[in-house]
Design a protein around this ligand. Structure first.
Ligand code: C2O
Ligand code: CU
Length: 475
């Protein structure tokens, strides 16, 4: 099978070539030095007392052509000419300033998935900003409140724009560097290619809408088919997994390796969990703590997806035959979590969101929340506003009345899953996206800390486009 390679560069390590350095500014040499050190995962850099900085980046969305490793090319829409787009990396406390220019043939926005941004920076058309029209520029500027793995993508015609290649990663580093030998990123996507090898240009088809969205026929990690990651026995790696697919769910199986989950949807866990069986739904991220056992020296470990019956190869880890070194210790940084939502005991749910479909709408099938389908081109019109109190816990129930999968995502806040089908669940982490299975009821507790109108929607982008979005009014 042909290898697809969507990045313009063939970065080694994969991560470095993709990291966008901040633009030269007043402290440019320091910026560049720090950005470069971080990019190659240089860990002996001790960020001695350091003032918060404004890190400025420029992002341009435009159609472009990227090479496949076979020598052929594929047409994509890309941030700064590469798929995945640039990795933006800042340290907690820094302010991110992104000057964004739209050179697409359609309006667009950038949404910062998982980041507690001020509402006006959330990238929701018709609600927090006007769409950025072709040729226009918009400046996104905010100071993230949490360290972790986040991503960004359009919120206009997302089912088309994300599928065509518009997504990138935002990493907010801890104030103190962590002891990992390397910090790697696997951005997992699937593409639906037509027989000519281009991205199939029919979006929001009846088939996609009647099922779990658009599932591709080509799985890529960092824009490539089955990339190889080299590691040494005894090494301790931080591996950040992101699912940016429109609809496909991944359950990565690491074979003989036993990675531990140390962060979910950006935030650190309260206790590490075995990564086995974790359902990485569209929108989800997990950060893995991976220690390469000495016994695997000289071997190749295939990482495969086990969500579907047919296992799909994601990537291979090649362990060098060297003698093992002692891995450095790692523990979850104390005080790294935001105040958590306390369980609200037996209080009745504050809000039920019933998920279902009905015939009608622009695509023939409308996906609804409490019987209402949102107009995808103007997220403000015709949608409900459900009130949630600011800085107080609320219980929200996602009631899936349909037979399809719905990874439900809330903007601007984190939540803790407290029950599935009425059975109490004790996940030692918070999320911003939870997969709700067919006919399942998932109850979560959230503690919104940012005022404003925030979206609640399905992250199967075709379902969202067909209406499965609503608004939470936090005040
Ligand atoms: Cu990735 Cu509205 O979300
Ligand atoms: Cu859905």
């Amino acid at each position: 099978m042909e290898t697809i390679m969507l990045t313009r560069h063939d970065p080694t390590p994969m991560f470095a070539g993709n990291t966008l350095r901040s633009l030269p500014g007043r402290r440019s040499s320091v910026h560049l030095a720090i950005a470069t050190l971080i990019a190659v995962g240089f860990t002996s850099f001790t960020g001695c007392a350091r003032r918060p900085e404004v890190k400025s980046f420029e992002i341009i969305a435009a159609p472009t052509t990227v090479p496949l490793s076979s020598g052929r090319t594929i047409q994509v829409w890309a941030y700064n000419g590469q798929v995945p787009g640039p990795t933006l990396r800042i340290r907690l406390g820094d302010t991110l300033r992104v000057t964004f220019t739209n050179r697409l043939p359609q309006p667009t926005t950038i949404h910062w998935h998982g980041v507690r941004v001020p509402n006006a920076m959330d990238g929701v058309p018709g609600v927090t900003q006007r769409p950025v029209e072709p040729g226009q520029t918009f400046v996104y500027e905010f100071t993230p409140k949490d360290a972790g793995t986040f991503w960004f993508h359009p919120h206009v015609r997302a089912s088309e724009q994300v599928e065509r290649g518009l997504y990138g990663v935002l990493i907010v580093d801890d104030p103190e560097p962590q002891p990992f030998a390397r910090d790697e990123l696997w951005v997992i996507d699937d593409l639906l290619l037509d027989p000519s090898g281009e991205i199939a240009p029919e979006f929001n088809t009846r088939h996609d809408l009647a099922h779990d969205g658009r599932w591709g026929n080509f799985v890529v990690v960092n824009g490539r088919s089955r990339p190889e990651l080299r590691a040494a026995p005894g090494e301790r790696l931080r591996l950040r997994l992101l699912n940016v697919a429109n609809g496909r769910i991944f359950v990565p199986d690491f074979g003989a390796l036993q990675p531990q989950i140390i962060a979910v949807d950006g935030l650190y866990v309260t206790a590490p969990v075995d990564a086995r069986g974790f359902e990485l739904a569209p929108g989800n991220r997990v950060d893995l703590d991976l220690v390469v056992p000495a016994a695997l020296a000289g071997s190749r470990v295939s990482v495969v997806d086990r969500f579907t019956r047919q296992a799909i190869g994601l990537a291979d880890i090649l362990v060098s035959p060297d003698a093992a070194t002692d891995p450095p210790r790692f523990s979850i940084p104390v005080g790294s979590r935001m105040p958590d939502a306390p369980s609200t005991g037996s209080a009745p749910p504050s809000l039920d969101l019933r998920l279902n479909a009905e015939p009608g709408g622009p695509f023939g099938i409308a996906w609804t929340i409490n019987g209402t389908a949102m107009n995808p081109l103007d997220h403000a019109s015709g949608s409900e506003h459900y009130a949630l109190p600011l800085n107080e816990p609320s219980r929200v129930r996602f009631v899936n009345e349909s037979y399809r999968l719905h990874p439900m995502h809330l903007h601007g806040m984190f939540f803790r899953v407290v029950s599935r089908n009425g059975r109490p669940i004790d996940e030692p982490f918070t999320r911003d996206t939870v997969l709700v299975h067919p006919k399942e009821t998932v109850e979560v507790v959230t503690l919104p800390t940012e005022p404003g109108l925030w979206m609640a929607h399905c992250h199967v982008l075709e379902h969202a486009e067909a209406g499965m979005m609503t608004l939470l009014d936090v005040h």
